[in-house]
Design a protein. Structure first.
Length: 360
């Protein structure tokens, strides 16, 4: 059993509650709305999850999302670039903003919460200055907008759902089947031990920030495709929702463990709550309140689950899934972790010791 299963349980409960409260829940428009909200929130949350696994936060993803939207609009309107080129450059720009976050954090050693809180204010201020506080529209070709986020699927569901599933699959492969994924988990578990064993902690951390920025930029592009405009408040508040989604999905705030699939389930939970509250005409503040309660509950459940597994594993002789450093501790140099364990390719330059030994 994995901790993100709590998100599956939460999704079942939420669906059951709203199904009993309104007959409109199981209609095609409602499901399309849930999938659209979950897709955009989920993609940002996958980037946040990767960063949380590495032991860091990124509170600037909302501002990066807004700037990516602005880049698309400006490059098309003011520079006359094609939509495809503008989109590519916008995502590259968002990735570079993530790079700045990573460099600032690794060079200064200041906690990423503080670093990205500061850069979020800088990025948001830039967006406000660039837009002048007014919305800026763009005439994006319908073919392009439909491919990115158009209602091309069954029942009017948007193409963003396809990209969400694809990105979730790629992120899962990254975390479970690649050396970088192993390094991200090891850095989040114990950066000093990872460094002593030859892992480039700085590079791994910067890459995690870049991935977070890139995924936020992709959602910024999706929102331009949907709304054909950008404004100074684009993406506001999505960073806290992304943290909530990650926690609901089983990601440990202490770092070292999490999954893209968990982020997907967490996004579905929050999207269902948001849409369901609209269907029953609930007051707007209720969504924020419920989100906070769910996050606190998810943290408590995850902590309990981790403690339970740590007590059970020594008695059963099984490895703790929430402890990647321990899981790879007995792998000889140059060997590969068995694919049945689901954890990557060639491991670090030499065998990783158990977490307790690495901290001595």
């Amino acid at each position: 059993m994995r901790p993100e299963f709590t998100a599956v349980g939460a999704a079942i409960v939420v669906v059951a509650v709203f199904s009993s409260m309104t007959p409109l829940f199981w209609t095609i428009p409602t499901l399309a709305s849930i999938s659209s909200v979950a897709a955009e929130l989920g993609i940002v949350s996958i980037g946040m999850t990767i960063l949380l696994i590495a032991g860091h936060f990124d509170l600037s993803v909302g501002a990066i999302l807004g700037l990516a939207s602005f880049f698309v609009v400006t490059l098309m309107n003011d520079f006359g670039l094609s939509p495809v080129l503008a989109i590519v450059l916008a995502v590259v720009g968002a990735t570079l903003l993530g790079l700045i976050n990573g460099i600032l954090q690794t060079r200064t050693g200041i906690h990423s919460f503080i670093i990205t809180l500061g850069t979020s204010l800088v990025y948001r201020g830039m967006l406000l200055a660039f837009t002048g506080g007014f919305p800026k529209a763009v005439d994006m070709p319908r073919t392009v907008s439909n491919i990115i986020a158009g209602p091309m699927l069954f029942g009017g569901m948007r193409m963003s759902l396809v990209w969400f599933v694809l990105i979730t699959a790629l992120a899962t492969i990254l975390l479970l089947r690649t050396r970088l994924g192993n390094w991200i988990q090891a850095v989040g578990q114990n950066p000093r031990a990872a460094h002593n064993l030859g892992v480039n902690v700085t590079r791994t951390t910067v890459i995690a920030f870049m991935l977070s920025g890139a995924l936020a930029g992709i959602v910024g592009v999706m929102q331009v495709a949907r709304f054909a405009s950008v404004d100074a408040m684009r993406g506001t508040g999505i960073e806290l929702q992304a943290v909530a989604v990650s926690v609901i999905g089983g990601t440990l705030l202490s770092g070292g463990y999490g999954s893209a699939i968990g982020a997907m389930m967490g996004a579905i939970v929050l999207a269902t709550i948001q849409t369901g509250l609209v269907l029953i005409s609930a007051p707007g503040f209720l969504y924020t309140t419920i989100m906070g309660v769910i996050v606190v509950g998810a943290v408590l459940v995850n902590n309990w689950f981790s403690s339970l597994i740590s007590r059970i594993a020594p008695m059963t002789g099984e490895e703790t899934e929430a402890d990647p450093m321990q899981r790879v501790s007995s792998v000889p140099r140059g060997k590969e972790i068995p694919k049945s364990r689901g954890e990557g390719t060639t491991i670090f330059p030499k065998a990783l010791p158990a977490k307790r030994e690495a901290q001595k």
